[in-house]
Design a binder for this molecule. Structure first.
Ligand code: CO8
Length: 260
């Protein structure tokens, strides 16, 4: 049995997933990706969850990239398989029905930055450093970075970061819209928990539909996206939560949502 490299804790309606290989700055190897996939598959089947926080063990790194020591010996075919595995796991993360938050507590480089980009919201500790340094190794991002970073910050900034391989600090990451907010390291996780607690008070079906419509509409035309919005908006009118939410407003009380 490989040793555990992913820690999973479920605290009420919040799941906390920690990449736990601090000696290698939490770099992602095949075992880590397998264990992350297994953890995500388990979480996808838990209807009580309202949010997930993804972070790195230790005080230095979120995730310092894919494991270079493992990649050094890969053939072209193995590199394709490694990249495909990463894409599969990150796509599964992106498709979770509830919001996912990256709590970036140090280096988020290469595959680590790509992992954060597969989350819905990125919050950064003051010591966070972001970058896609793959060109320094003679490769390009292989876990979705060329696509997700471009969608997140626009082509020019993405090209600048990918072509130079430069690292940027948390303040710069916030300035370009990569990180939403910058927190003292000691407050980062509590900040993320508080965001999920706020979301958890809302209608979970509505939050899940909003997430899906934003994702499904993001790469198409405005007209197609609006079509998706109309369909999901109307569909929610059948839900018990919609009736409860509107009744609670009119009766001046807090809604008791049940996710149905
Ligand atoms: N892979 C393997 N080991 C790593 C990695 C990594 N990505 N990052 C750090 N480590 C290890 C170091 O080798 C070192 O191990 P040891 O103590 O045994 O020598 C330990 O972690 C501590 O690291 P450092 O001593 O280097 O710590 P520093 O504080 O001096 O530097 C840095 C910290 C700047 C983060 C530095 O470690 C670094 O530059 N790391 C590599 C960052 C990087 O290039 N990341 C991108 C990797 S490529 C990638 O992610 C591609 C993703 C897509 C793959 C597609 C598949 C084909």
């Amino acid at each position: 049995m490989p040793e555990p490299t992913i820690r999973l804790a479920v605290e009420g309606t919040t799941a906390v997933v920690t990449v736990d290989r601090p000696k290698a700055l939490n770099a992602l190897n095949t075992t880590t990706l397998e264990q992350l996939e297994e953890a995500l598959t388990g979480l996808a089947g838990r209807p009580e969850l309202r949010g997930l926080i993804l972070t790195g063990a230790g005080e230095k790194a979120f995730v310092a990239g894919a494991d270079i020591a493992e990649m050094v010996g890969l053939t072209t075919e193995q590199a394709l398989a490694f990249s495909a595995r990463g894409h599969r796991v990150f796509d599964a993360l992106e498709r979770l029905s509830f919001p996912t938050l990256a709590a970036v507590n140090g280096f988020a480089l290469g595959g680590g930055c790509e992992l954060a980009l597969a989350c819905d919201l990125i919050y950064a500790a003051e010591n966070a450093r972001f970058g896609l340094p793959e060109v320094s190794l003679g490769i390009i991002p292989g876990f979705g970075g060329t696509q997700r970073l471009t969608r997140a910050v626009g082509r020019a900034r993405a090209k600048e970061l990918i072509f130079t391989g430069d690292m940027i600090d948390a303040a710069k990451a916030k300035e370009i819209g990569l990180a939403l907010d910058v927190l003292p390291a000691a407050k980062l996780l509590d900040h993320c928990r508080a965001v999920i607690d706020r979301i958890a008070k809302k209608g979970p079906l509505a939050v899940a539909r909003a997430k899906r419509v934003i994702a499904d509409g993001a790469d198409g035309s405005l007209a197609d996206g609006n079509e998706l919005e109309r369909a999901a908006f109307a569909e929610l009118f059948q839900s018990t939560d919609r009736k409860e939410g509107m009744a609670a407003f009119l009766e001046k009380r807090q809604a008791a949502f049940r996710g149905v």
